[in-house]
Design a protein around this ligand. Structure first.
Ligand SMILES: [Zn+2]
Length: 423
């Protein structure tokens, strides 16, 4: 009897916990900041929809015959590929696209990292950290727009739910995967049908499907094929829907990085020369950061690591390759590890016993498999125009220019890189 009631109580607690976490994870509310209106001058401006399909590698439209994307990219502007910023991870790169800054300059230097001064970890699975504006540097595009009295909206983007500078997009959602894609497209349409004073001119839109499929099953799987097709059909629907509105809408379709198939059976285990009592470790598949509790331990550990390193490179923070913009002098918020370990694909770090995902990214941003996608079409863009590869920090000044927004802080991107794709 006693044990039965304990069982009943514990299953009741389980149900409550399940429901709470389920409901929390399913925050599907649209947040709207009241009282905002486009200034008269902004109502004359064009529109930009910035779409990201996570992990949509530069070659996936071709590989899986994404008919609509192939057609529209040939009609508009297509980059051979787009280089992500280092490290080729989701959060650093979405936030680089949104701010025009390298990760070392905007502060989101990895999906998981440690901040010595705060004595805290930032991780993308911790919603509290993700929504805490104090982690985020730079001026994201929605903040730039709203400050200049141009309304913005977001169907997800890294940082968009974080109240950066106290400014949210006028319309936004906390990230969730419960709202079906057709419903999201419908809401996008409703935004664009609002009266001119209330209609957002800058909109972000995010697709996680290719990332999920390619991580789990690898890039050569039928699941990745299906995810590419889903995105292709969704962008076609979005495009057709927007065409009915008779508005000057520009589309920019990007991804944050590519994806590599990795050796899931033989991950690189934690090198035994690392004394875990002396370092805080932030470990990812492609990149591991070591933060010394005491500076004097950095060099001896570095030397030992150099001797044993196989299938990865070891760098002291001050000697990280310049092309990554990720060394000590770039590290404006002091978040990069004192020593970093960089895996060579197909090898990845696996310090725990958790299974290793089939597809991974985060590697050297110059590797072919890490290259991302950039297509743009709409009234602002040239037609039938192909360009070479460029780095994603240059999208920010391009969008600011199309929307006629003044950039009032220092950025790493330069309008010169992409201005040639405009009419
Ligand atoms: Zn990603």
């Amino acid at each position: 009897m006693f044990s039965k009631s304990i069982k009943t109580v514990s299953s009741f607690i389980c149900i409550v916990l399940f429901l709470t976490s389920h409901l929390l994870a399913q925050d599907t509310i649209q947040y709207i900041t009241p009282g905002r209106e486009n200034a008269a001058v902004q109502q004359q401006k064009p529109y930009v929809i910035l779409i990201s399909a996570d992990s949509f590698r530069y070659d996936l439209a071709e590989k899986y015959n994404a008919e609509f994307l192939k057609k529209i990219s040939t009609k508009g502007v297509k980059a051979v590929s787009m280089r992500p910023s280092y490290p080729s991870l989701t959060f650093p790169n979405h936030y680089s696209i949104a701010t025009g800054l390298y990760p070392s300059h905007h502060g989101i230097i990895a999906n998981t990292f440690y901040d010595k001064k705060r004595n805290q970890f930032y991780t993308i699975r911790n919603k509290k950290a993700v929504q805490d504006s104090s982690w985020y540097g730079g001026v994201p595009l929605w903040v730039l727009a709203e400050r200049q009295k141009m309304l913005s909206a977001s169907f997800y983007w890294v940082g968009s739910e974080s109240h950066i500078d106290g400014v949210d997009p006028t319309y936004y959602f906390n990230y969730n995967e419960a709202i079906p894609i057709d419903r999201r497209l419908e809401i996008l349409k409703q935004w664009l049908e609002l009266p001119p004073g209330k209609r957002p001119h800058f909109i972000t839109f995010y697709f996680p499907e290719v990332d999920h499929a390619a991580h789990r099953y690898g890039t050569n799987s039928s699941q990745t094929h299906d995810a590419v097709q889903l995105i292709d059909h969704s962008i076609q629907k979005m495009n057709e829907m927007c065409a009915q509105l008779n508005l000057p809408i520009n589309f920019i379709f990007v991804s944050d990085h590519g994806m590599a198939n990795v050796d899931t059976l033989h991950p690189i285990r934690r090198p035994t020369v690392i004394d875990t009592s002396k370092f805080v470790i932030a470990n990812g598949g492609a990149l591991t950061q070591l933060y010394a509790k005491n500076k004097k331990d950095i060099k001896p550990t570095y030397r030992k690591l150099k001797k044993v390193a196989k299938d990865y490179d070891v760098y002291l923070k001050k000697r990280i390759p310049k092309r990554w913009h990720y060394s000590k002098k770039d590290d404006s918020l002091n978040r990069i590890g004192d020593i970093i370990l960089v895996a060579h694909p197909p090898k990845v770090f696996g310090f725990s016993n958790r299974p290793v995902s089939a597809g991974q990214h985060g590697f050297d941003n110059y590797l072919p498999e890490m290259q991302a996608t950039f297509y743009a079409w709409g009234p602002a863009f040239k037609e039938n125009y192909e360009i070479g590869s460029f780095t994603n920090i240059n999208i920010y000044p391009l969008i600011a220019h199309i929307l006629g927004l003044n950039i009032d802080s220092k950025i790493d991107g330069d309008l010169k890189v992409l201005e040639g794709i405009l009419k």
